[in-house]
Design a protein around this ligand. Sequence first.
Ligand SMILES: [Mn+2]
Length: 327
Amino acid sequence: MILFPDESWQPVVEQLQRARHVMLTTHCNSDADGIGSELALFHTLQDMGVKVSMFNCDVVPRICQYLPGSELIQVGKAPNVSTVDTIVALDAGAKSRLGFADALFDGKVLINIDHHASNPRYGDLNVVNADYCATGSMVFDLIQHLGQPLSVNSAKAIYAAVLTDTSSFQLGRVNAEVHRMTAELIEAGANPEEAANAIYNSQPVARLRLLTLALQTLSLDHDGRSAWMHITQDMQHEVHADHEDSEGFIDVSRSIHGVEVVVFIRPSRDTHRWKVSFRGKSGCDVGAVAAQLGGGGHKYAAGCTVSGSLEEVYDKVRAVVNHVFAS
Ligand SMILES: [Mn+2]
């Protein structure tokens, strides 16, 4: 089964078939969709006999380390690309999100495969379609266009990508086709219990201690239609938590009855800036909210980076969210 039969993968297929050395990469602060997409394509290209490597600007998140091949992902700001002729960016909504200097791409064919609606199509070849539930599901289609069978390793990687990017099959783009694809992933060897244990049931206790602190900041506004929560660097230090440990906290406030816009603010890795994440329910387009603050994303899940004190960040974000409820 192909999720989007009309999507044109042919130029990408031809480039991957003639490439001498393919480098796969994903966005900074990588997640299971980016890593899963990377690994699924890595195993497939390797099975085809294509020389392929993986290089990301940030380390592999803990929840992805169970995926076969994740230990082969190299990390840093300056990969050696002397023999690379083709770079595939997966799940990266903007070229800057890859975290590499522009010169790195000189003389290479850049393939941009992504499902963020705000993606400006920065590649030489672009397959961008926001109707896909995850970039992993795009790789699922690509593998079939490459004429390759779905290996166990690729199926496991795509399953992790889809599971996490749909918030465990909860978001709007999850339809019958997505579940049919998931059935094929399981038939090919993806193991739902293994994935759930690695992704959801292996959390460090520091994460729950940090969540306790975050929940104390929870507030509702706009007559209960917006939910706000934050963490600070001090809170992270207090419970010895790192940046990854607050991943998914926004889904806790998203679960509140009647809430339509969910905002979660946390320190960015670079100081004086804050990462603001949004979730939308009931038709609210938080992608548009994030775009007004210089970020991007999807209708129901988006984010941006805002500078200033925590109070200033709240003010800046609240000004934009106010508009959502004014109309
Ligand atoms: Mn994604």
